[in-house]
Design a protein around this ligand. Structure first.
Ligand SMILES: Nc1ncnc2c1ncn2[C@@H]1O[C@H](COP(=O)(O)OP(=O)(O)O)[C@@H](O)[C@H]1O
Ligand SMILES: O=c1ccn([C@@H]2O[C@H](COP(=O)(O)OP(=O)(O)O)[C@@H](O)[C@H]2O)c(=O)[nH]1
Length: 234
């Protein structure tokens, strides 16, 4: 199975903890050992938001803020590359073709951001489409997609399953500024919808959950399925 895993910065690096990053690398290595081909995309998390907030106070515009965010995602990508050692391509891929070539060589391509106006959610969706992945997994800090932000609304209800079109409709009204929070960004949702990519959004704070979702289809998050399909797991 070919899988793209998007690891949110809030999951990989809420602080700098080598054991946490090593745990995520171990989950990726387990997938490789089970015969999966894996591409990884890493987010910027709180560090990116802190830098973006400071630069915004200094008068930076949205593109400049996004570029700062991209730099932080690439630093986090380098942490995962360090933990994966010789199983990963040696530097974060800046383009999908570069990532695809690494995958073909048998390396794990690790990407951060690529261009302003989006988040690493969209990078992961585009990489998954580009490499014809069988499965896309978003490992984030909440267990799936909810009817409202579960961190601030106690009445938020989780969706067990959504179609790509339903996901697009849900995230379309959400904020688009640099550092904004949403389960996945709108461009990612549109790419998932058009590619009919089987997708899982789950709580990835325990990296073993990511491996179980990929290997067994066992998770408690949200399945995003093409119209007419029952399950997100191939
Ligand atoms: N409807 C929603 N469903 C799920 N999460 C949501 C929703 N609306 C906002 N969020 C927020 O999105 C956050 C996930 O995005 P983000 O902070 O960028 O995490 P990551 O670092 O994993 O990309 C969650 O912490 C959650 O508070
Ligand atoms: O291709 C990209 C990826 C990221 N970003 C910027 O970098 C920030 C941090 O990335 P992301 O939101 O994906 O990190 P996460 O929320 O997963 O920690 C985003 O808010 C954007 O401002 C961007 O402009 N283009």
């Amino acid at each position: 199975m070919r899988v793209v895993i998007s690891i949110g910065g809030s999951v990989l690096a809420p602080d700098l903890d080598a054991d946490r990053v090593a745990g995520h690398a171990a989950a990726v290595e387990r997938l490789l050992d089970e015969g999966c081909e894996v591409g990884a995309v890493v987010g910027g998390g709180g560090t990116a938001r802190d830098y973006i907030g400071t630069a915004r106070q200094l008068g930076a515009n949205e593109v400049q803020l996004d570029q700062i965010g991209i730099d932080v995602t690439r630093i986090n990508a380098r942490l995962l590359i360090a933990a994966l050692d010789d199983r990963a391509a040696p530097s974060p891929a800046h383009e999908y073709e570069e990532a695809g070539e690494a995958l073909r060589r048998g390396d794990v391509p690790v990407m951060g951001g690529v261009m302003p106006g989006q988040t690493t959610d969209a990078v992961a969706a585009a990489l998954a489409e580009y490499v014809d992945a069988d499965l896309l997994v978003y490992a984030t800090s909440v267990d799936g997609v909810f009817s409202a932000d579960p961190d601030s609304d106690p009445d938020a209800e989780q969706y067990g399953r959504l179609t790509g079109t339903e996901l697009v409709d849900l995230v379309a009204p959400m904020s688009r500024g640099a550092g904004a929070s949403a389960p996945v960004d709108l461009l990612a949702a549109k790419l998932i919808e058009r590619s009919k990519m089987r997708t899982i959004v789950l709580d990835g704070t325990d990296p073993e959950r990511i491996a179980s979702a990929v290997l067994d289809g066992d998770h408690s998050g949200t399945d995003v399925v093409p119209d007419g399909c029952e399950s997100a797991w191939p």
